[in-house]
Design a protein around this ligand. Structure first.
Ligand SMILES: NC(=O)c1ccc[n+]([C@@H]2O[C@H](COP(=O)([O-])OP(=O)(O)OC[C@H]3O[C@@H](n4cnc5c(N)ncnc54)[C@H](OP(=O)(O)O)[C@@H]3O)[C@@H](O)[C@H]2O)c1
Length: 218
């Protein structure tokens, strides 16, 4: 890691997770130079994001934020419900929404009356990892739904042993009530990859004292 951290020709470092069990994930992530941490998982970047300072922002939540800003312009004052509290999606997503002045609720497996909580939301971000868990009748009329989930399920209709990808939201029923909804596949996934490249450009600009292109980060 030291070799990559010290190499000026390397602008971004990403550790593909999950790691094998005998390796200490935190130790390895925190050995990346924070300014090259294009996943935004280093404890320094988590702290900077949490205090509203310039940081490297985790790619998946950054992509979700970009779509929300693009669609709404401002999300200030909107009620946002994030379902899921993981360090890589749920928590940074909530932080970004809060930094943009949304009123944020984080729901998780112990949340009481999840359908009722989701029904209050102008913005729903589902990051659970349970296929089609959120049905359309949980969604408020006109709400914006961002489906982060990627779940592979059996698809016998496509032939024996075939599978297909679905999100955490039941797309057909939710699309009938939502004002806008991201599909799976083809929604958050491609934005995540684009944001990884955006973060790498940001890291390169910062390392070389160049002006950062507008709109690439939070
Ligand atoms: N599109 C992309 O680029 C991208 C990137 C990253 C992840 N993903 C996908 O996003 C999903 C979530 O990923 P993750 O890494 O955040 O997953 P994770 O670490 O497993 O976290 C899942 C979260 O969902 C909550 N949860 C589980 N069951 C629930 C229930 N019945 N009701 C309410 N909350 C519940 C958990 O609550 P507790 O904390 O209480 O257990 C946990 O906070 C997965 O499908 C993953 O594949 C997609």
């Amino acid at each position: 890691m030291d070799q990559l951290n010290n190499d000026p020709a390397v602008h971004g470092i990403l550790v593909q997770l999950p790691l094998p069990g005998h390796l200490n994930e935190d130790l390895i992530i925190n050995s990346i130079a924070p300014e090259k941490d294009v996943d935004g998982f280093h404890i320094s970047n988590v702290g900077l994001l949490g205090t509203g300072q310039k940081s490297m922002v985790p790619c998946t939540p950054l992509g979700c934020l970009m779509m929300l800003r693009d669609h709404h312009g401002s999300i200030s004052g909107m009620n946002a419900v994030v379902i899921g509290r993981s360090n890589i999606v749920g928590k940074p997503m909530a932080q970004l929404l809060l930094n943009d002045s949304a009123t944020v609720t984080i729901a998780h497996s112990r949340t009481k009356d999840l359908p009722g909580v989701v029904k209050q939301a102008d913005i729903v971000v589902a990051a659970v990892g349970r296929p089609e868990m959120v049905p359309g009748d949980w969604i408020k009329e006109g709400a914006t739904v961002i489906d982060v989930g990627i779940n592979r399920i059996d698809a016998p209709e496509k032939g024996e042993g075939k599978t297909r990808l679905v999100g955490d939201v039941h797309f057909e029923s939710a699309a009938k009530v939502a004002g806008a909804i991201t599909p799976v596949p083809g929604g958050v996934g491609p934005m995540t990859i684009a944001c990884l490249l955006a973060n790498t450009v940001t890291a390169c600009c910062r390392a070389n004292g160049l002006e950062e292109p507008e709109g690439l980060t939070a």
